[in-house]
Structure formats: C-alpha cells, structure tokens
Design a protein around this ligand. Structure first.
Ligand code: PHE
Length: 376
C-alpha cells in the first residue's frame, strides 16, 4: 500500500486506473462464467473476492489517496466489486440448481421396476399375544405347562369337580371323540376335545409336588358356529398357583400385575362373584378399559367404543382352587391352597387391536397377520 500523498492522482496509481479496475472485474466475471461446478466456483471466488484478490488490494489503495480522489476511486472500485459479487451469486445459484437437478436424476428410483418378491411371513398375532402373556408369568418364576388337546373327560370335567350332569358336559358344548377306544360303537369313548385349558391344572398337580406355579397357553374347542364373535377353536391362557398360605389377595395382586404389564402401570382388575365347579370362591374378572381408563362411565362426552362406556372389560374366570380339585389330584387341602384363572386370547386380541371379526383370525389370510409385523 502506498503512503498518503497529497499530489496523488488515482489515475496515476496503477491498481486504480479505470481500465485496470474494469480488467479485474472482467477477469472475475470470466472466471465465474468459466467455473464448471461449485468447487471451481469456490476457487474463483477466493481468487477474485478474497482478501488478496486484485480488487481487494485495489480497494486498500483507496485509503492512501488524497481526499478529493477518494470518492471517485471508491465509486469505481465499489461498482466493480458490486458487479463481481452479483455475478458470483448468480453463478452460484445457477450451479446449485444444476447440481440439484443432476442429483434428482442420478438418485431417482423407478418404483415401477419389477423386483424379486421374497414374501416375508409374519407370526400369527395370537401366537405373539400368548407368548407375551406367558412371558409376564415366566418372569415371575412360573413354569410353562402343557396338556393334550384331545383330552380325557376325566381331566376336563371330573377332576375339576364337574358333576356328571353338569350342563357344560352336554353335546351342545363339547366335541366328543367317538370310538377312540377300539370296539367302542356307542361314542362313549371318554375322550373329548378339551373345552378349556383347566384340565392342565389337574395334570400339573398330578405331575408335580407343590409348590406349583404354572402357566398354560393352549388351544381349546367348543361346538360354537364360526361367526364374528365365536369360533369353535380358540385359545386360552390358564394360570395355576398352589402353595402354602395362598389367598384371594395373591390372586388379585397377580391379576393386577398381569394387566399392568400388558396394558400400562395404571391398570387394575375387578372381581365379580361367579360360579365354576373347580374354584371356590369363584369370580369373573374384569380389567379397567385400557382405552378410556374408566373415564367414559357416566360421561357421554367421552363415550368409549371399546368398553361400551362400561369402564371395564370382561377378561375371564378365576378363583381359589376348590379343595375337591386338590383332593382329586392328591394334594392336601389342609396344607395347601391355590388360585387359578383362565381367559380367552381371541377376545383379548379383539379389544387390544380393534379386531372386529374373529373369522379374520382363523382364515389365514396374510393380509390380516402382516400388519402385526414380524414379532419374534
Ligand atoms: N376354565 C374357565 C373357562 O373356560 C376359566 C377359569 C379358569 C375359571 C380358571 C376359573 C379358574 O371359562
């Protein structure tokens, strides 16, 4: 930079000559126009607008001019720099637009192209639901127990204190297996398709010494027609605990823990008196409606479709194991007591996932199962 000099004429200073400034500007414009991509433009930008670019250096020379010459030189340099930064911005925009257009073309995906379909299956939601419920109890130390689906009448009914004339034994509820024994022509084979998972209670007690803590998921059969809310083949989960000193409070606590694990920490259950031959006392168990949490009751503004604004959803049956069952299975009712409950998985799936028609669960159409995903 030159030192201030009164007699200084901008036209005389090489860098501030009008032709020089025009040349610098034109060179910059040409360099921008010649930049073929954003990287080259960045180089041209540094060369022509950076701190050591000719125009920046010329600009610094202005400071050394005498006051009367400053305005003129400043105007010329300023105009040139303005033109340069405008051209830079314009070229920048142009090159960015070109790049965006190119990226769009290069990265385009033709969604109409055919592809090799590898149909991914999905586990049936009934299976995953049963496992999820069973897992709650396995994590509490319960053991998974199983029994046959083609079951002896004795386990399904007699051991469970169903009297011989109990209505549940009748043809209209139970599938009888005819002629299971050779030479049996009258159908009285003593073998049926189990109507509930409760016979596993008797099998577990005969197999094990108390304390017994088992959970049994399984398929059961009743002579219902297949419709939106019934199916002749369905699934239940049975729970049985037999130990010293078990009470109804243990049953209630276990039920609450289950619904809290499955539906959320603020869930609870309620028991209503009922009758089952194999439990005494027996109860119907409801859980708080997991959608409205009971808030729809008496509150038409918050009507709930899931529980029909009842606030509760019926889950299944439960009770304290009837001492007669303990005796039938060789367990001393003076020493041991127990609780049991059982409920249908289809129903739980219906209200948990808003499945409106039970037939969808049995028809095997993957369009039904797939949205539930590939749960392991
Ligand atoms: N087995 C009963 C049913 O199918 C449910 C139940 C299980 C009730 C255990 C009490 C105890 O309805």
């Amino acid at each position: 930079m030159s030192a201030p000099n009164k007699s200084y004429d901008p036209v005389e200073v090489e860098a501030l000559k009008p032709e020089e400034i025009e040349r610098m500007r034109d060179e910059a414009l040409a360099a921008f126009a010649a930049a073929g991509d954003l990287e080259q433009l960045q180089e041209a930008k540094v060369a022509h607008t950076g701190g050591t670019s000719p125009l920046a250096l010329a600009n610094r020379e202005i400071g050394a001019l005498p006051p009367h010459a400053k305005a003129d030189a400043g105007k010329r340099v300023g105009q040139a720099r303005g033109a340069v930064s405008k051209a830079l911005a314009a070229r920048q925009a142009e090159l960015e637009a070109e790049r965006d257009a190119r990226v769009l073309v290069e990265e385009a995906v033709d969604v109409t192209l055919p592809y090799d379909r590898v149909p991914a299956g999905a586990r049936h939601p009934l299976t995953t639901m049963m496992e999820r419920v069973a897992d709650v109890f396995v994590s509490m130390g319960y053991e998974i127990a199983e029994g046959p689906e083609v079951e002896a009448e004795w386990f399904n009914f007699d051991a469970l204190n169903f009297t011989p004339d109990h209505p549940a034994r009748q043809m209209q509820d139970t599938f009888f297996v005819h002629g299971a024994k050779s030479g049996d022509s009258d159908g009285e084979s003593g073998v049926i398709l189990r109507t509930h998972t409760s016979p596993v209670q008797a099998r577990a007690l005969l197999d094990r010494e108390p304390p017994v803590y088992i959970v049994c998921p399984g398929r059961v059969y009743r002579t219902d027609e297949l419709d939106a809310t019934h199916t002749p083949v369905f699934h239940q989960i049975e729970l049985l605990a037999v130990d010293e000193g078990l009470t109804m409070a243990d049953l209630k606590g276990t039920l609450d823990h289950m619904v809290q694990s499955l539906f959320g920490a603020d869930m609870k259950t309620r028991l209503r008196p009922n009758y089952f031959p194999f439990t005494e006392p027996s109860a119907e168990m409801d859980m708080l409606c997991y959608v409205c949490r009971g808030e729809s009751v008496g509150n038409p503004d918050k009507a709930c479709r899931t529980c029909s604004s009842e606030g509760w959803i019926e889950l299944g049956g439960c009770g304290m194991v009837n001492p007669r069952v303990l005796v039938a299975c060789g367990v001393d009712p003076e020493k041991y007591s127990g609780f049991a409950f059982g409920f249908g998985i289809e129903r739980m799936l219906m209200f948990r996932h808003n499945v409106e028609d039970m037939r969808d669960m049995v028809e095997g159409d993957v369009r039904f199962t797939r949205p539930f995903g590939m749960e392991i």
